[in-house]
Design a protein around this ligand. Structure first.
Ligand SMILES: [Zn+2]
Length: 345
């Protein structure tokens, strides 16, 4: 099974670009820029990456944003990320990026976005992965990060940015806190997506759908705590971008055998599989597919539909999604995988 999905083209809709920086890369960038890290040696830094809780994770994540100080740092981050996509045959990605944090630590949010965009576009033109961007409001910095992100989205005409998102902690940050900024972004022509139902409960998922009017939810797994929220997701065909290994650290679902992904699928909720912040959770997308089959009990056919959901529910421009769909369907046919009845829906 794992070998099959390792060689098939894949999609990933829930991954944080800053969260792809591996400890060795971060160590090199921090040394180059003489920025102190919350670790004295590379070994200590690697140990910090072993997930210990959301607070430690957030401290490290913010330290990482602080380290990015020159255009070359951002380019190094993008280059490592696209190389990893190529290694795993990931063809379509929607990456979350948080300009507010780069503004906050002095580099400039728009400047960071422009560098990342140029590098990703050059990679795509050279046959690399198709990457589109979701600009996140970090919840821990609301209210300042809300108007900043909305104004940025209103001001730019960036070819890769497809949506506004909401990241950061959920506890103490009801999703509706950012409703006005999401409304501004939607008025400016962007889709909306939001993290919900990870460290927060089903009510956060309902708020994301009803008040933020999202097209997809990142995680969403705790929707299963309220049947009516699962029905809402199914009725409106709101896709949940599930990150299994990340969930074993941050949600009550520690065992994949009892993870709600199968319940969501059975209820008719579309799902995709992602890594969230791969080096922090010791995973990559191939491993997520492997675990989804071996531990969560999903069949190859279900996994293939989940993979195609990344194109069906992805937010890239239609011709790009059509082209990728053709490429994926051809690869699926050669591997004996059924395209399924929902194609084109
Ligand atoms: Zn996430």
């Amino acid at each position: 099974m794992s070998e099959l999905f390792a060689r098939l083209p894949k999609t990933e809709l829930h991954l944080h670009l800053e969260g792809t920086i591996a400890p060795d890369t971060l160590w090199a960038i921090a040394e180059r820029n003489a920025v102190p890290l919350p670790a004295g040696t590379l070994a200590e830094l690697r140990a910090l990456y072993d997930f210990k809780g959301f607070d430690t994770f957030l401290t490290l994540w913010l330290a990482m944003c602080r380290c990015l100080q020159t255009p070359a740092d951002y380019e190094q981050m993008v280059d490592a990320f696209v190389a990893d996509c190529a290694r795993q045959r990931i063809r379509y990605v929607e990456a979350h990026f948080t300009p507010y944090n780069h503004e906050r630590f002095g580099f400039g949010g728009r400047r960071a976005l422009d560098i990342v965009t140029r590098r990703l576009l050059a990679s795509e033109e050279a046959g690399g992965p198709v990457v589109r961007l979701i600009l996140d409001i970090p919840s821990e910095s609301v209210p300042e990060s809300g108007p900043y992100t909305a104004a940025l989205l209103e001001a730019i005409a960036n070819p890769l940015v497809v949506a506004i998102g909401l990241g950061g902690p959920e506890d103490g940050f009801p999703r509706r806190l950012v409703a006005t900024y999401f409304e501004r972004a939607r008025q400016a022509g962007y889709a909306a997506v939001s993290h919900a139902g990870e460290t927060g409960g089903a009510d956060h998922v309902r708020q994301a759908v009803e008040e933020l009017k999202v097209r997809r939810v990142q995680h969403g797994v705790r929707a299963v705590e309220d049947e009516s929220v699962v029905r809402l997701l199914a009725e409106r065909q709101i896709c949940c971008d599930v990150a299994l290994t990340s969930n074993t650290f941050l949600t009550p679902f520690r065992e994949l055998a009892t993870h709600p992904v199968r319940a969501l699928l059975a209820a008719g909720v579309p799902v995709t599989l992602s890594t969230d912040d791969p080096p922090f959770f010791g995973t990559d997308l191939c491993r997520e597919y492997e675990r989804a089959g071996a531990e969560a009990g999903l069949s190859d056919q279900q996994l293939w539909q989940i993979n195609l959901n990344g194109l069906r529910h992805g937010l890239a421009e239609t011709p790009v999604r059509r082209r990728l769909m053709q490429e994926f369907l051809e690869a699926g046919r050669q591997a004996g995988l059924d395209a399924g009845a929902t194609i084109g829906s």
